[in-house]
Design a protein around this ligand. Structure first.
Ligand SMILES: [Zn+2]
Length: 637
């Protein structure tokens, strides 16, 4: 999809660009300017809350400076009130109870919440530029009728007073998680909905995906003294807090009131989460490049060794990600024991922590990678869950394999192809009949199974196969250029595909059409291998199912000799020429997608061929891989 805009909006965009904080521009060469026509809204949050740990409630003030960089005049704005989902009869409750395979963490637990265990966010007052506005709350969405419209390029200030009750931990947010962490504070504040080229995104919260407005956060949390906080952003006043961020041996200052004021600032993020517990052990690890890694966990005999080993391992994970996915630009990242499994937030992740080392590393790696594909490349997760979970899952397998190869995981050896299990999971899913196209909005999949396999596994295979289609060098360039051009923005699927097209000189629309917009399966086969004349062999291939794919053919001869051919699709108007470690391909004539079969001749006697691989196995998600391998003697059976 192309997004055009008038000249006035271009001026607004230039204003936006000038107002981006330093972190966004520090490493941005001229080639990193966003593509022409792109714009995004901006919001700066200033929040202060008084937290009552006896009632699990807080009162807060919120000042938003909202800048309309769109070409449209806005007469309304919307906020998310996520905590309101944790009430019996909410859309999240009813949705969970009606899904055939509901998340076991939710199930019917919301329906059973007592009043003091429920979540809510109440708006006490709301003003635009000092004047009261009309508003109404529908479930998890707050709709505001503005006093005066926000014109393109203009900013407005929204002042809110609100109060909230933290629900019993059910899904992601809440108090008293299963491991006894007091507060997992995600989706805790009234959060402005995003407005983009598609208009407002006012998805009611049913427990799934997120999308936020880019901006700066300035957050002060007043909370009883024994609680130690971990948060998105940098702690502004560590000396005032006196612990948690202190240097070893430094004296701890105690407040007289029994309340500490934790002041955090985060620049250029699209959400802000925090967690609090009186029993956190807090450690730090400073990387060679100055990045500080923070670890917050409740030490137990069971988990202590794993959390002590984690910092060195995460240091190596950062090395890999900086090189292959783009340089992490913030000065801090925190791994925090909280929540209900693993969930990503900017500059921080909430993970459960009573795990053996391999599991702790696995979840930490996965959630860390989200800081690239959710944190900095902030796709609308509801529309493109596969670009967030899928890309993250693909690189989780790559990073885990890298850590094994580096000897960071004792007793574990790297796999030759870490994506094989994704191919078998995907194949079973396609054959189950439950598959839905990945263009489905994340909230609206008919089953958790389809959402889960689709966004995580099929999304990961999107990248795995892309690497096969365009070749490894072009793939590596694509991932880095995607990051450079789209970090701190909201890329769409088409934006990603355009980058891959530019780096590979191939047309890839067909790949999106089949792999993302349809569930049509992929199945090719070797139909026959026969002598042709005295010196040649004729190989016939067949496309058995609708999805087209360029085909690599590897012919194995005696003494380990191989011949490598690649057959491009004609509609790619290009072909890969190289692959890993200098592997060169002989390019055969195009295969038009309309043609179910294709044959070609190679200058080798048939009896000299030991085997032929089509695809080859493990590189593409061919749902019937048995007929992709031909072995000497197969045709004489
Ligand atoms: Zn994930």
């Amino acid at each position: 999809m192309k997004r055009f805009l008038p000249l006035g909006a271009l001026a607004a965009f230039l204003l936006l660009f000038q107002s981006l904080p330093f972190t966004a521009l520090a490493h941005a060469p001229a080639s990193c300017l966003p593509p022409y026509g792109y714009w995004q809204q901006r919001v700066d949050y200033q929040m202060e809350i008084n937290f009552d740990v006896t009632k699990h409630q807080f009162k807060g003030t919120q000042r938003l400076v909202y800048t309309n960089n769109s070409p449209d005049e806005l007469t309304r704005v919307f906020y998310h009130l996520y905590f309101n989902a944790f009430q019996p009869g909410s859309m999240m409750d009813v949705r969970s109870q009606n899904l055939p395979d509901a998340d076991r963490r939710v199930g019917s637990r919301i329906a059973a919440l007592k009043p003091e265990e429920q979540g809510w966010q109440h708006i006490l007052s709301l003003k635009q530029d000092g004047k009261d506005v009309l508003y109404k709350v529908e479930g998890t969405i707050l709709e505001v009728q503005l006093q005066h419209p926000i014109k393109p390029g203009e900013s407005t200030t929204l002042d809110m007073k609100f109060e909230a009750q933290v629900p019993l931990q059910i899904r992601r947010s809440g108090r008293d998680n299963s491991e006894g962490i007091a507060y997992s504070m995600s989706q805790w504040y009234p959060k402005l909905c995003e407005y983009d080229y598609m208009g407002w995104h006012v998805d009611p919260y049913v427990g799934r995906e997120f999308y936020g407005v880019w901006g700066d956060f300035d957050v002060t949390i007043h909370i009883a003294e024994p609680y130690i906080l971990a948060a998105t952003g940098y702690l502004v006043n560590p000396e005032e807090i006196g612990y948690g961020y202190e240097k070893e041996g430094q004296a701890v200052k105690r407040s007289n009131t029994g309340v500490l004021s934790w002041h955090f600032k985060a620049e250029n993020v699209h959400d802000f989460a925090w967690a609090a517990d009186p029993d956190y052990t807090h450690t730090t690890y400073v990387r060679k490049d100055g990045l500080v890694l923070h670890f917050f966990y409740q030490k137990t005999d069971y988990n202590e060794g794993a959390w002590e080993a984690l910092p060195r391992i995460m240091n190596r994970a950062f090395d890999y990600l900086n090189a292959h996915c783009g340089q992490y630009p913030y000065k801090q990242f925190s791994f925090v024991q909280a929540g209900d499994g693993g969930m990503e937030y900017p500059m921080l992740t909430l993970i459960t922590g009573e795990r053996p080392l391999r599991s702790l590393v696995g979840v930490s790696v996965h959630e860390l990678i989200h800081n690239w594909y959710y944190g900095m490349l902030a796709t609308n997760e509801s529309l493109y869950a596969w670009m967030d979970e899928g890309f993250t899952s693909y690189f989780s397998d790559e990073v885990m394999n890298f850590l094994k190869a580096e000897g960071m995981l004792p007793g574990m050896k790297p796999e030759e192809n870490p994506h094989l299990s994704d191919i078998s999971t995907y194949t079973a899913y396609i054959q189950s009949g439950a598959a839905e196209p990945l263009t489905t909005h994340a909230d609206h999949f008919s089953t958790n199974y389809a959402y889960g396999v689709g966004s995580y596994v099929q999304g990961a295979l999107f990248l795995h196969q892309l690497k096969y289609i365009i070749g490894e060098p072009a793939f590596e360039r694509t991932m880095l250029r995607y990051f450079d051009e789209w970090k701190f923005k909201h890329p769409t699927d088409q934006d990603f595909i355009r980058v891959a097209e530019k780096e590979s000189d191939m047309e890839l629309d067909w790949y999106w059409q089949y792999w993302i917009a349809s569930t049509k399966p992929l199945d090719y086969s070797i139909a026959s291998v026969l002598p042709s004349g005295k010196k040649n062999t004729r190989i016939e291939l067949k496309r058995q199912k609708p999805m087209p794919m360029p085909m690599d053919v590897i012919v194995h001869l005696k003494k380990g000799k191989t011949l490598r051919y690649t057959i491009p699709l004609r509609m790619m108007v290009g072909e890969k020429t190289e692959d890993p470690k200098g592997t060169r391909w002989e390019v055969l004539p195009d295969w038009p997608w309309t043609h179910p079969s294709y044959s070609f001749e190679i200058p080798v006697k048939t009896k000299k061929i030991l085997s032929i691989e089509l695809g080859p196995a493990g590189r593409i998600a061919d749902i019937n891989p048995d007929d992709n391998l031909w072995k000497k003697g197969d045709d004489s059976k």
